[in-house]
Design a protein around this ligand. Structure first.
Ligand SMILES: CC(C)(COP(=O)(O)OP(=O)(O)OC[C@H]1O[C@@H](n2cnc3c(N)ncnc32)[C@H](O)[C@@H]1OP(=O)(O)O)[C@@H](O)C(=O)NCCC(=O)NCCS
Length: 249
């Protein structure tokens, strides 16, 4: 059963949920200059909220610093993409990137869910224009006992509490072969519906694309959110990325 999201917390968290270290991200605002050279400063502002689940209260927080993340344990069920320990290492590295953002759900010191945002992989065509203001929602995962209780929606809610997200085009490429069909017992189209509801809660909407991998199966999709401050030039560049062979203006 999905539990209602609770009121976001701006400053105080209960004592038992307080981080053991004061994180870089908590020290108000963190600024990074991108490695891409055009000088966009990726400003990350930490937010948090609490969420009740059948397994107890969770703290949803981020963007978290790599130092903070390194002090936490990862639930062994966070293994949809690689073993939990390796996934933790990957997330610690992403948190170090100028544009990298990790939002986590944790029960005390145990991470039970996360979402990642970073520039698209240089090996992928989505990175062809090296757009400073294009970030990919790379992965979102919730440990099985905490699923279907609003945790992923809460992660996205906290992620978009940061007004700086309005400076980005955020996209996600959804391939059904990445989905945990076995673990959830959902069929492909039911799972696609979950993805649409989850991403839709944060304003990511289906967009047409002629990307061959996405076109390889009708359940695959591209979902996009264009921030309010994104210039038209960037929107047009992204249109050229998603429609390589024809334009739909
Ligand atoms: C996909 C996943 C992230 C969803 O996380 P979650 O915390 O369970 O999602 P939420 O509880 O926030 O639910 C989002 C919506 O989907 C619905 N939903 C979630 N799980 C569902 C299920 N098993 N059956 C039916 N509906 C479901 C919720 O009711 C909610 O709908 P609503 O907006 O109408 O309330 C989670 O199942 C997961 O970690 N899967 C493995 C990794 C993965 O596939 N990631 C996506 C690719 S990167």
């Amino acid at each position: 059963m999905a539990l209602p999201l609770q009121k976001p917390i701006e400053h105080e968290v209960p004592v038992e949920l307080k981080p053991q270290v004061r994180t870089e991200a908590e020290a108000d605002t963190v600024q990074h200059t991108s490695h891409r050279g055009e000088g966009m400063k990726h400003i990350k502002k930490y937010h948090k909220m609490e969420l009740s689940t059948d397994e107890g209260g969770l703290l949803i927080e981020g963007p978290v610093s790599s130092e903070h993340l390194a002090t936490l344990e990862f639930h062994e069920g966070l293994n949809a993409f690689r073993p939990a320990r390796k996934q933790k290492d990957a997330l610690v590295e992403i948190a170090k990137l100028p544009e990298g953002r990790i939002i986590i759900a944790r029960k005390d010191d145990l991470v039970v869910g996360y979402v990642t945002f970073l520039h698209p992989d240089p090996m992928e065509s989505w990175s062809d224009f090296e757009m400073e203001d294009l970030i990919e929602l790379g992965a979102i995962e919730i440990a099985a006992p905490y699923r279907n209780q609003g945790v992923s929606k809460a992660l996205l809610k906290v992620a978009f509490m940061d007004p700086f997200m309005e400076n980005y085009i955020v996209f996600t490429t959804e391939y059904y072969w990445h989905w945990d069909l076995k673990g959830t017992g959902l069929d492909i189209w039911e799972y696609r519906k979950v993805m649409e509801k989850m991403m839709g809660s944060a304003g990511l909407k289906w967009e047409a694309t002629d990307d061959p991998e996405i076109c390889a199966h009708p359940a695959n999709c591209l979902m996009v959110r264009i921030g309010k401050n994104v210039p038209m030039e960037s929107v047009q560049k992204f249109d050229r990325l998603r429609m390589r062979h024809r334009y739909m203006y």
